[in-house]
Write a protein that binds this ligand. Structure first.
Ligand code: N01
Length: 555
């Protein structure tokens, strides 16, 4: 069957892309979704303690005031069931389900030069084709289970948090080992500890965390959200990271040490990702960052009673927020429970998994369940899992051998009419995702509308523009302290053999939006239409100058 557009994925991105292409442009669209229902990341991530770190009033679509008016969130941070309920409401309101095929995992997408179309194949062998292919596969959807020797011999059960069984896992009375202390592990450990007989947390890298301070939302707050839709929406569009809070304009050095302490204490009490918005230079000045890092380490030492455990948890070797900063509910407090212990893998690395548990260099720890909170093959992983081939059969895997090459994170040279929502090279994971998604989906919709109204058959990024954009993505990252955490997944460092390239765009979502708008207004500068029929303009990183000035500390 042939469609005007195929969209891969039915999460926040795929649902809105379907609505835009079908209902605004009038195209024939099909969404192919690997999961059994809509939800994307929230369909798969059902681990204990899973919750969104963005606040409910910002973690939503802003394209429809009516939709905003209709929806009431129950808590400050939405949990997966509430997010799925929200997306179900969206799907029903815009009648989206009829164009979504579930259980359809795309394995291959090949561009046919002669016919100017994409041929798509799913795992079950289903085939179809489309003029435009939009990937809405998420940035964090390819689970990363580290290749630790002996896993296949393990006599208990093991799970990755990103592929958690939908029926749940009964951990009551079980000895659980959790590997990983990123955002996911920090959410999961306190909840696992409540039911497990014993929880052992295996920590390779100590991490900062700020209390989330989740709470039910009052009717007054929900009324405020309805009545201030325009202002909230505007804030998410004007801030570097798409949240509904602004980053302070003051620098750390603008206040006295006492004032600074009071500011940090107030932010700690408020809780959430806003902690990093206390000063504008936290992500660009190491001395400024040290003051936040010291404050947070002191908090860990004050909370955790066992001095050795406190020291291992506070022994953090990257500046605050240079890896994605977690927020938590009682994470550090959890280590005061008698049924929780910490294994510091820097002192005693894992040697192997045994039939009975995990053996470190010092001892064997017996376990019934291993929870891998070990993250994802981020950003490129979900795309490279598929066999995507562009002009002349060129594989995306080959094109990206040295790291992802994109123009604006939206298109790849030699892959015509392929659009990558929140692709590498875009702000994506450094932002409150729905806001970045809306911006991409609307830009793609306008672009396809432009092609159709001008009788243009193909659009693709020019190699020069992609190179210039890549240089600018590097430049933007280098203007921040994020280069101090080269072992983060932002650099692909968590996946052995993955090229070490800073993948998201750190120049700020508001500035990125402006760059995308300007490029479109200049006739899609840097893109090649119908293979050269419309001239492209050669770009250099300097063409995006100034964009690195306002780094976006990320979600
Ligand atoms: O994954 P991570 P995550 N042996 O990669 C450790 C988003 N998110 O799932 O740092 C031992 O951050 C690894 O150690 P190290 C958010 O963007 C969003 O927690 O590599 N340990 C690390 O501690 C987040 O950033 C929400 O040394 C191993 C951990 O596993 C992203 O998802 C909620 C290991 C992995 O941390 C990913 O977070 C939760 C090994 N072999 C998450 N391999 C929202 O609110 C890895 N580790 C929307």
């Amino acid at each position: 069957m042939h469609f005007d557009a195929l969209v891969i994925g039915a999460g926040f991105a795929g649902l809105y892309q379907l609505h835009c292409l079908r209902d605004r442009l009038g195209l024939r669209v099909r969404v192919l979704e690997a999961g059994g229902d809509i939800g994307g990341t929230w369909y798969w991530n059902r681990y204990p303690g899973a919750r969104c770190d963005s606040e409910s009033h910002a973690y939503r679509y802003f394209f429809s005031r009516e939709l905003n008016d209709e929806w009431q969130s129950s808590e400050r941070y939405p949990g997966p069931p509430e997010i799925r309920a929200y997306l179900n409401h969206v799907a029903a309101k815009f009648d989206l389900r009829r164009d979504i095929r579930f259980g359809a995992r795309v394995t291959a997408a090949h561009f046919e030069d002669a016919a100017n179309r994409w041929r798509i194949e799913t795992e079950s062998g289903e085939k179809c084709s489309a003029t435009y292919l939009v990937t809405a596969v998420g940035c964090l959807s390819a689970a990363n289970v580290p290749a630790i020797e002996g896993l296949s011999d393990f006599g208990g059960k093991w799970y990755h948090t990103g592929e958690w069984p939908h029926e749940g896992v009964d951990l009551a009375g079980k000895r659980v080992g959790q590997i990983g202390t990123g955002s996911t592990g920090i959410q999961a450990a306190p909840v696992i500890a409540q039911s497990a007989a014993h929880l052992t947390v295996f920590q390779r890298t100590a991490n900062y965390s700020v209390p989330a301070r989740n709470a039910p939302l009052t009717p007054e707050f929900n009324r405020w959200v309805r009545e201030n839709y325009d202002e909230i929406r505007e804030t998410t569009r004007q801030t570097p990271n798409g949240h509904a809070f602004r980053i302070s304009r003051r620098n750390v050095a603008d206040v006295t040490p006492e004032e600074r302490q009071a500011i940090y204490e107030a932010a700690w009490e408020t809780g959430g990702l806003q902690f990093r918005a206390t000063f504008r230079d936290l992500l660009i000045d190491k001395a400024a960052n040290d003051t936040a890092a010291d404050f947070l380490k002191a908090r860990i030492r004050a909370i955790v009673k066992d001095p050795a455990t406190a020291e291992a948890l506070a022994d953090i070797n990257h500046p605050y927020s240079t890896k994605r900063p977690p927020i938590d509910t009682d994470y550090f407090e959890t280590f005061n429970r008698p049924n929780v212990s910490l294994v510091d893998l820097r002192a005693e690395p894992i040697e192997r998994i045994t039939p009975k548990g995990i053996r470190t260099s010092n001892r064997e720890i017996e376990l019934d369940v291993i929870v891998f909170a070990t993250g994802f093959d981020a950003m490129t992983g979900p795309l490279l899992k598929m066999d995507i081939r562009g002009r002349a059969g060129r594989a995306l895997r080959d094109a990206w051998k040295a790291g992802p090459e994109t123009y604006l994170g939206l298109q790849v040279p030699d892959f015509p009419n392929l659009f990558t929502v929140t692709g590498p090279g875009s702000p994506s994971v450094l932002t409150n995702m729905p806001v970045a998604i809306e911006q991409h989906v609307e830009w793609i919709t306008d672009c396809i509308g432009h092609l159709r109204s001008h009788g243009i058959e193909t659009i693709e990024a020019s190699p020069e523009a992609a190179r210039a954009w890549g240089a600018h993505v590097d430049e933007a990252a280098n203007a921040t302290l994020m280069t101090h955490a080269k072992h983060s997944w932002y650099y692909g460092a968590n996946v052995p053999g993955k090229p070490r390239v800073f993948m998201p765009y750190a120049g700020g979502l508001q500035r990125y939006r402006k760059i995308c708008e300007d490029i479109a207004a200049r006739g899609y500068e840097g893109f090649v239409m119908d293979r050269g029929r419309t001239a492209t303009v050669a770009l250099t990183a300097g063409d995006f100058a100034g964009a690195a000035a306002s780094p976006s500390p990320g979600v």
